[in-house]
Design a protein around this ligand. Structure first.
Ligand code: 13P
Length: 264
């Protein structure tokens, strides 16, 4: 099955507009003339979306550079109205946003997002034709308690409740073991491959084998230039969602270069 790998930078709460500008200038110059067989995505904070949109719209139009897609890190499950601090999917669309990260473990644990809220956000994103990057993953206690498969199955089943096959095909799953996020501890490639194969088996139960085989599943959690190739060589890993190592143009580029050459 030919799944185009997708490498996405999740900057979290880092880089305002001027730092975004510096990053993009440097990254585009490194990207010049390169044609990696993968998708490249950047998810900046909301306030940096206009700057990123401006720069990439011009760059994608005129440069001989690899196109870069824009992602948001979150969206509201509501259309508009009295939701202080929230951002709607239609507002995101104004800034050429293609993807939206939904259900990141930091949103789940710090902001109390439940599977039901995440499900509502996935639906809202699809209404606006945004592509969800739907994050799932277990804590260390859950893994050590033998709950890995139960946790992943529940997150997938509840998060994708009433999501059509057509909408699933526009969705990317990101498996991010919570214990590997920002800790420097990466899942071994065996641990990651086992979890990804399990995720695909749940998707098969929910949507059938043919659809499951078409869904891209990214790995996230301490992905670095020196482990990207090994992780991406796993048959069920289709790219990476990268936090810390995506903040430097050079390391983000090296992850893409090392990972792309080895994707299944
Ligand atoms: P790190 O790459 O910093 O571990 O973060 C992973 C992550 O949470 C990406 O969404």
């Amino acid at each position: 099955m030919n799944r185009k790998p997708i490498f996405a930078a999740n900057w979290k709460m880092n880089k305002g507009a001027s730092e975004t500008e510096d990053f993009v200038k440097s990254f585009l110059s490194k990207l010049q003339g390169q044609d990696f067989p993968c998708e490249i995505v950047i998810a900046p904070p909301f306030v940096s979306l206009p700057k990123l949109a401006d720069m990439l719209h011009n760059a994608n139009a005129v440069q001989n550079a690899h196109a870069i897609q824009i992602a948001a890190q979150n969206c509201s499950q509501f259309d508009n109205g009295a939701y202080t601090g929230e951002t709607s999917v239609l507002m995101l669309r104004e800034f050429y946003v293609h993807y939206v990260i939904i259900g990141h473990s930091e949103r789940r644990s710090i902001y109390g997002e439940s599977d039901a809220i995440i499900n509502a956000k996935i639906k809202k994103a699809r209404e606006a034709n945004l592509k969800p990057i739907f994050c799932i993953g277990e804590t260390l206690a859950e893994r050590e308690g033998g709950m890995l498969e139960t946790v992943l199955r529940t997150q997938l089943t509840d998060g994708l409740k009433d999501i059509s096959e057509k909408d699933l095909l526009e969705t990317v799953i990101a498996y991010e073991p919570v214990w590997a996020i920002g800790t420097g501890v990466t899942a071994t490639s065996d641990q990651a491959q086992d979890a990804h194969a399990f995720v695909r088996s749940v998707l098969k139960d929910l949507y059938g084998a043919e659809t499951a085989a078409r869904i891209r599943i990214q790995y996230g959690g301490s992905v670095k230039p020196n482990n990207a190739a090994e992780l991406m060589a796993c048959p069920d890993i289709d790219g990476a969602l990268i936090g810390g190592a995506s903040l430097e143009p050079q390391s983000f580029m090296e992850i893409i270069r090392n990972g792309c050459g080895h994707s299944a």
